[in-house]
Ligand binder design. Structure first.
Ligand code: GDP
Length: 528
């Protein structure tokens, strides 16, 4: 197959949702269609079970699963599909943000009864800011839920999106009769049997004939006609260009559990979703079709076996072909590296392959060379943008609880931070280390992993920090900046890259500081 064809058949995407909306179930059904798995139940949920905060086995179990399901690759109708897993748990939101830098589009799953939930809002916001094309799947139609119009409204209002339905439910819950596929103009009747032939749709070219009355009864048929007419009046016609630009979000309805409406979703998805897109770097925009390989690390996973300390770095291929045993430039380190066993990801396994294409994720064994955000090229100095750190929500001092093991502790902290588990800030005043996280759960993960993987012990101590703000100043020699550094010295720290960070202890003090030092800018993300 030609290089260009390989690129255009790739669909690399993430599924985002609030926990329990049905992401795992939908993923599994998509894999079934691709023939990538044989039966339901093969995909394990990567959810942290409720109340599991102190259950370390649960965290390890979750980690194990998240290695196995990080990237799920399979073929469907001549398309190569790569699903990138995104943890739903809010404490791992930063992981998800980073993964979203590697997708070309997303599918948003929404529970028909619960509507738009908190995590959906946050994740969609990130996608919206980056103009990532989004397709919405409203799930659990076999249950009573909100009315279709009400939901579409809610999605527009709360998520600030512009939607257009490409399928439409006929009834719901107890009364759920099926789905009218606006995109394909056919009807799929719901029998409640997940094993029913999924290709079993009935073409309905004209809703005004009595064909539809015979299928679902006149009352339902009339209601469907009315609602569709209304929908056509209210919502814009689907337009692929707007969708790909992130300006219009098509909506599908279905039930992942009953494998209903999923084929329609997938067929439309492979049709309209974009192949790998160009990506901007600090230097220039890079097109997937360029013949030189470039890629960036968006995720690092430590080996689950503590005896083998190597890690797996996940690289999204942006341009060119990745080849085994070919030397590539690690731009940050300025050195050439060769990879003898690059991994490609399939639904149930990973395997060493000789070449991979833009859109694919390659897993590289790493002994400590990689950090999140690193770029690999064939020699060009390219730095990919778009993997910022966000200000953590929680802050604690980390102390060494075993003085004999300080080397192990420092190495462990450094590697866990490279993996992106949390953020490290070092106070300027006294070099004390502060760990910042998105959720409280990470502190336990870090403590547990330091002990089990590095043989080090740590304890935590509270510190009152409201937000970490990256400091930007035009003139470092200015009197104002010097005064700021002197007055606020207690609150100044450096992040892992050595950038100056102001640790504000309250929203009020941040505001006061901003007012007092107008020439200094305070950012809550590391990229500005
Ligand atoms: P995730 O947290 O988003 O990955 O959600 P899961 O896929 O684990 O689903 C959460 C729960 O909802 C599970 O008990 C599923 O069986 C159930 N579920 C998923 N899809 C449907 C559906 O279409 N209908 C019904 N009734 N339940 C569903």
């Amino acid at each position: 197959m030609k290089f260009i064809e390989e690129i255009s058949r790739r669909r690399t995407f993430g599924i985002i949702s609030h926990p329990d909306a049905g992401k795992t179930t939908l993923t599994e059904k998509l894999l079934l269609f691709g023939g990538a798995i044989q039966e339901a139940g093969a995909v394990k949920s990567n959810k942290i079970k409720k109340g599991a905060t102190s259950d370390f086995m649960e965290i390890e179990r979750q980690r194990g699963i998240s290695v196995a399901t990080s990237v799920l690759g399979f073929d469907y109708k001549n398309n190569k599909i790569n699903i990138l897993d995104t943890p739903g748990h809010k404490d791992f939101a930063e992981d998800t943000y980073r993964t979203l830098t590697a997708v070309d589009s997303v599918i948003v799953v929404i529970d028909v009864a619960k509507g738009v939930e908190e995590q959906t809002e946050k994740l969609v916001e990130v996608c919206r800011m980056r103009n990532i094309p989004m397709l919405v799947f409203i799930n659990k139609l076999d249950r009573e839920g909100k009315d279709a119009f009400e939901l579409l409204d809610e999605i527009e209002q709360k998520l600030n999106l512009k939607v257009t339905p490409l399928s439409y439910p006929i009834g719901m819950g107890y009364d759920f009769k099926g789905i009218y596929n606006i995109y394909e103009q056919n009807v799929n009747l719901f029998t409640g049997d997940p094993k029913k032939d999924i290709e079993d749709t009935i073409e309905v070219k004209d809703l005004n004939t009595d064909q539809i009355d015979q299928l679902i009864g006149s009352d339902s048929a009339n209601q469907l006609r009315e609602e569709l007419e209304l929908a056509q009046g209210v919502y814009p016609e689907f337009n692929q260009d707007d969708y790909v630009k992130g300006k219009l979000q098509p909506v599908f309805f279905g039930s992942a559990l009953h494998n209903f409406g999923v084929r329609e979703l997938l067929d439309c998805f492979v049709d309209i979703a974009p192949p790998p897109r160009p990506k901007s770097s600090e230097e220039r925009e890079i097109k997937p079709t360029e013949d030189k390989f470039t890629g960036f690390v968006f995720k690092i996973h430590a080996n689950m076996d503590p005896k083998h300390r190597d890690r797996l770095a996940f690289v999204k291929i942006v341009s060119g072909k990745f080849e085994r045993n070919k030397p590539y430039l690690h731009v940050r380190l300025g050195k050439n590296l060769k990879f003898s066993s690059p991994n490609a990801f399939f639904a149930e396994k990973k395997a060493i392959v000789d070449e991979m294409f833009p859109g694919d994720i390659v897993g590289l064994h790493d002994t400590g060379n990689f950090k999140i955000g690193d770029t690999l090229t064939e020699g060009e100095q390219i730095h990919y943008k778009g993997i910022p750190s966000f200000s953590p929500e929680h802050f604690r001092y980390i102390n060494n609880a075993d003085p004999m093991k300080s080397k192990q502790l420092n190495k462990g902290i450094e590697q866990l931070m490279d993996e992106g588990v949390a953020q490290l800030f070092t106070l300027e005043m006294n070099n004390r280390k502060i760990i910042g996280t998105v959720g409280a759960l990470q502190y336990e993960v870090i403590q547990y992993r330091l002990e089990h993987e590095y043989g080090a012990k740590c304890s935590y101590e509270n510190i009152n920090v409201h937000k970490a703000c990256w400091v930007e100043v035009d003139d470092e020699k200015s009197e104002e900046f010097q005064e700021f550094k002197r007055v606020k010295s207690k609150y100044l720290a450096h992040d892992k890259q050595g950038q100056l960070v102001f640790l504000a202890d309250s929203a009020f003090s941040l505001q006061m500081t901003e007012q007092k030092y107008p020439s200094i800018k305070f950012h809550i993300t590391s990229e500005f």
